[in-house]
Design a protein around this ligand. Structure first.
Ligand code: NCC
Length: 276
């Protein structure tokens, strides 16, 4: 594989990845009564464009970062899964514009997805590890977790909150960008929420700052800033091709290495701003 430069990688990502969400007209959903609960328009036509955005990884290295004010200064802030702000404002801020959640969070009892107030502000975007084909009918018949049953329940309880489901094409198109730019075969599991959220924001924002995805000098085995649980796999990956994702993001970074080291901050251009 020829090693592409940062700008070349950025243009590939822009050209070959489409941020698509499910709409009521898509088969097999169009045949189901609950399809009307899906947003009629694509997420990318409803949200943004935003000037400056923050993607806040859930990494333990956000602890004692003092990055909260900086994170909140961005026009839009994306957070992941069960990551809280209450009690952690100094380090992660308090603004949540979009929350990207995996289907495991929606389905598992301990997250209390349907009742916890954690999920009730901002725009929700959900995804599920779908079969590689990204075929909607195959996926519908074999989701990793019961994403659609939970979606319907949540929508009935919170009908006014915007809530999108990512098209499985999106996760596998990003996976393909990672694989095509690595010399070795990577595991056939979808990229982490962190990677999906970063590309999602690149399609909505002029500039995207990603915090503690590439770990700073605060790098730690503490998995999440909000939990006393230690596992280096949270930072390095096991199921997700996380190390490869991070390699790609490092190559696309337009900020300095010093910024990564001291602030855990990566700077990426939004797709609209790119001249390919
Ligand atoms: O841990 P998770 O991700 O919720 O973290 C969100 C994203 O932040 C980045 N991250 C996190 C921790 C860390 N030390 N370094 C990091 O770089 C990653 O990019 C990560 O995606 C997920 O991707 O959805 C994931 O979700 C959890 C879990 O389902 C949820 O937290 C809910 O409890 C997965 N953990 C397990 O399945 C046990 C995790 O593998 C990926």
């Amino acid at each position: 594989t020829p090693k592409l430069s940062g700008p070349e990688l950025l243009c590939q990502l822009k050209d070959k990845v489409e941020v698509a969400t499910l709409t009521p007209d898509l088969q097999p959903f169009s045949l189901l009564p609950w399809a009307t609960q899906l947003p009629p328009q694509q997420l990318t036509s409803d949200l943004g464009p935003y000037k400056s955005c923050a993607v806040v990884s859930s990494a333990g290295s956000l602890r004692d970062s003092g990055l909260g004010k900086e994170i909140d200064s961005h026009e839009a802030v994306l957070r992941f899964n069960a990551a809280p702000t209450t009690g952690y404002e100094k380090d992660v801020g308090s603004k949540t514009t979009i929350r990207l959640i995996n289907s495991q969070v929606m389905a598992s009892d301990d997250h209390r997805f349907l009742s916890s107030s954690l999920y009730s502000s901002g725009v929700l975007v959900a995804w599920d590890p779908a079969p590689f084909s990204a075929d909607l009918t195959k996926w519908f018949n074999r989701t990793d977790y019961p994403i659609f049953a939970q979606y319907q329940r949540y929508r009935r309880l919170h009908p006014l909150q915007p809530f999108y489901i990512l098209h499985p094409r999106f996760e596998w198109q990003i996976w393909q960008r990672i694989q095509d730019n690595m010399a070795e075969p990577i595991q056939k599991n979808p990229p982490s929420s962190g990677m999906l959220g970063t590309v999602l924001m690149m399609s909505l924002c002029e500039v995207v700052h990603v915090y503690e995805f590439l770990p700073s000098r605060r790098k730690t085995e503490l998995c999440h800033y909000y939990q006393r649980f230690y596992d280096a796999a949270c930072t390095l990956g096991a199921y997700h091709p996380l190390l490869y994702e991070k390699n790609l993001v490092k190559r696309m970074n337009q900020g300095s290495d010093r910024d990564i080291y001291t602030n855990g901050r990566v700077t990426l251009p939004g797709f609209r701003k790119l001249n390919c």
